[in-house]
Design a protein around this ligand. Sequence first.
Ligand code: GAL
Length: 657
Amino acid sequence: MTISDNTPRRWLRRAGEARLEFGADYNPEQWPRAVWDDDVRAMREAGVTIVSLAIFSWARLEPRDGEYDFAWLDDAMDLLHANGISVDLATATASPPPWLTTKHPEILPVTAEGNTLWPGARQHWRPTSPVFRGHALRLVRALATRYADHPALVAWHVNNELGCHNVYDYSDDAAVAFRAWLQERYGDVAALNDAWGTAFWSQQYSDFEEILPPRLAASHPNPTQQLDFKRFSSDALKEHLRAERAILRELTPDVPVTTNFMVMGMKPMNYADWADEVDFVSNDHYVVLPNPQARDELSFSANLTGMLAGGRPWFLMEHSTSAVNWQPVNVPKRPGDLARDSLTHVAYGADAVCFFQWRQSRAGAEKYHSAMLPHAGTESAVFRSVTELGRRLRELAPLAGSVRTLAAVGIVFDWESWWVSEQDSHPTDRVRYRQEALDWYTALLDNGIRADVVPTGGDLEAYRVLIAPVLHVVPAELAARLTRFVESGGHLVTTYFSGIVDENDHVWLGGYPGALRDLLGIRIEEFAPLLDGDTAELDNGVTGTLWTDRIDVVAPEVEVIARYKTGEQASRAAITRRPVGEGSASYVSTRLGAGGLAAVVPSLIGPAGVVSELPPELRGRVELAVRGDHRFLINRTDEPVELPSGTLEPRGVRVVT
Ligand code: GAL
């Protein structure tokens, strides 16, 4: 999971020069055959090199149980190949056909409230249904057999966005699979009772058979049951991926297998745990508006995806050329956004830039979602921007295969802390894990400091500074690892609600921040979250919201960087730093937001000797990313920025060698 690891990675099966791939999901089955010829002509004009095919084609490929119709797909594959366009072929299992759900309604997912998710949209299948699995694998086998040697085939695309709509299924199939998963994890029911703390509220189990998914209950369901159900649900979809992959590897061992992640969009999948399951990492990203940090969030997503890929090239499987269709109001992108968004992904290691989708649909739920070829046709600003992007990607071909250069600062990203810190029955339900992490990222960008977003299992030791916002779940080994990091000269910065529980969501006793208390040299007896609208001013001019702590400084060497000036904690420490040999451990006890954090970042990372790699006049205005000997300079503003190499237009990206 890190640049130094040895996980084998495979890129596309393709002969020829290294290049950056460019393309989209292609859904030719939505169009008459005559349109396909126009499609490939326009694809060539735009510089398309690859398309993802057959993602939602199950009903077309298998119109009746066990009866296949491959003629149209043969035709599409041949046409694309004849035009020099490669195919990332989907296994087509994302959306089961009506005959299957009619015959087997028992494959339909069930919500926590007991409602069935009926057919009519997509992804209406239970991840643990043996019936669904059997039918899906039969289709995968048929496709792999038919297209194994097709010269257009360069990669397999398993299903699509696994878990996007069906990750949490509370059906009877899920109950059976959950019990088996728990039995595997705990061995016996006594160990489960212990882990789940079932002495509370008379929940003690005498047999695994008594256990259910956390279905709608009278009050807060058992927190560890909730956590295990989240782990199980991520694992259940990973099992589905593995099952399809096994067939693909058996029949087409030379074709790499991927599936598109949604690293920022989908909290339920623990992608750090999925990353090694694919031959190359793929990700989908959509800009969600309105959001003043929208492009920082895009960068964060690209950054994390690149780290999941071990710093090596990854595949941007989907983003949008302009508006999406699934927000309350869907605004188009502004001039420059399309290129900036795409090239930011490239800056963090994407060697393929693809979109949903090639041709904008005429019918169906996504007809107002932008595409490479919009309703207006090739005579359109979108198509011209697309073509211009294709040209730039060809120019950037020398980047292909280059590895990202690590930063000195790592932001630790931990899926289990994300899950648990936002569960119910907590000191406050206002904690937003992802937003806190993003605020630190923005604060570093505002200071012109490059940072990597690293999963907890990654190579944390490679960094001079580690920022671990809301690192809530800290098992003993992680506490030991962070202690070693600091004792060997590393600088750790953590925040409120960190170090609180172990892997079973049991509180570390003796005072907060539990597992990190001694390392930080502070002790907190009670949490003191803030009510909405309440604030706490600090004596360094920044303002906290959401949370405060009543900190007692315990270790004499602890320096108080800032104190509370107002509110219940007035005069108490708000931000602390404990020097440990050459290293240090710092604690920020309140939510400062991106602006407040930007103001305190220098005092927290300055002592580590980390300085911006940008000249002072560019800091904050320009984002820097480094791939091998290429430096990406991304204009974060809507104003032109003067660079030594000339003016960088608003939202522009310059790649310098
Ligand atoms: C993705 C999905 C695509 C399309 C897209 C629209 O989640 O994989 O099929 O629906 O969203 O933004």
